[in-house]
Design a protein around this ligand. Structure first.
Ligand SMILES: [Zn+2]
Length: 113
């Protein structure tokens, strides 16, 4: 599963930060995930506890902020938030649009001790 390997690299990334800072345990981790990142939030919630087993991140609470898909339409000359993961202006159906937000996958913050 795609999200399991994402979870594992996320845990590795977090562990590297914690090791540097001398933190023993992570209680909470906040991520931002774009609606067009290709990552399923549901699957991530499912895989994350698996990836943290036996590490300093075990039982760490995962909080995911979803970023909606937002495009700029040159025809409408405005930013449009899309509900569907199709890159097309929902007003004029223009396809030559620019994705502004929605591809994010970032570790925002961690609560450690
Ligand atoms: Zn448009």
């Amino acid at each position: 599963m795609h999200e399991l390997s994402i979870s594992i690299s996320l845990v590795e990334q977090a562990l590297a930060i914690m090791q540097k800072e001398g933190d023993k345990r992570a209680r909470r981790m906040t991520l931002e995930v774009g609606a067009f990142s290709g990552i399923s939030i549901e699957a991530l919630h499912f895989c994350f506890p698996e990836a943290t087993k036996g590490t300093a991140l075990e039982n760490c609470h995962l909080i995911i902020k979803q970023i909606p898909l937002c495009i700029y339409c040159p025809t409408c000359k405005k930013e449009v938030i899309l509900k569907d993961p199709f890159i097309m202006c929902s007003h004029c159906h223009e396809v030559q649009v620019e994705v502004i937000r929605g591809k994010e996958f970032n570790l925002l913050s961690m609560e450690v001790e």
